[in-house]
Design a protein around this ligand. Structure first.
Ligand SMILES: [Zn+2]
Length: 180
């Protein structure tokens, strides 16, 4: 099931492609709010489940525009590090032209794990917004709080619970269909 791209102009690019690549060239000047950005991340999450990946999606917003979007690709790529956040941070850094993403906001449908929270700190991401908490593996509040730890050299602003129910239900549905 492909999303209705016409309803998501902020994920549409001038070359007609939509995702999984670096955003280049002209971008529509769309100023985006938390809910709209999380809806874009949810599109990526749903796409991830179409290739058997746990439905987690992420986008990076800078200056009110989505500059990168990606879903979980662990199964698709056979890569243990291919979580949605890792993929989208790499794309965002390519877009910005530097590893420093301090003026960026990362939106992700599920609370980041230890690896991804570590990547968020290493990328100096300014703000992280996540949907559903991950009580079993979350590293931004649930098990650890890697994003806000004064012992580390960077702290991110964190907002959570944006479309949490929708983000969580998508995961529940995925796992219930796989384990009948
Ligand atoms: Zn992760």
């Amino acid at each position: 099931m492909l999303p209705d791209w016409d309803a998501l102009p902020h994920l549409q690019r001038t070359d007609g492609s939509h995702r999984g690549e670096v955003y280049r060239g002209d971008m529509n000047a769309v100023v985006i709010d938390d809910v709209t950005a999380m809806r874009a991340a949810l599109v990526e999450a749903r796409l991830a489940s179409t290739h058997g990946d746990v439905p987690v999606g992420a986008v990076v917003v800078r200056n009110g525009q989505v500059i990168a979007s990606a879903g979980n690709q662990r199964e698709q790529l056979g890569d243990p590090t291919a979580h949605a956040e890792m993929q989208v941070l790499r794309l965002a850094a390519q877009h910005v032209g530097t590893w420093r993403l301090d003026d960026c906001t990362l939106y992700v449908t599920l609370e980041p794990c230890v690896m991804c929270a570590g990547a968020i700190i290493n990328a100096r991401v300014g703000t992280v917004v996540f949907g559903a908490p991950d009580l079993k593996a979350g590293a931004i509040g649930s098990l650890y709080n890697v994003a806000v730890d004064p012992r580390l050299n960077h702290e991110a602003v964190v907002r959570q619970g944006v479309l949490a129910e929708e983000c969580g239900l998508l995961l529940q549905k995925f796992f219930s269909e796989r384990r009948p």
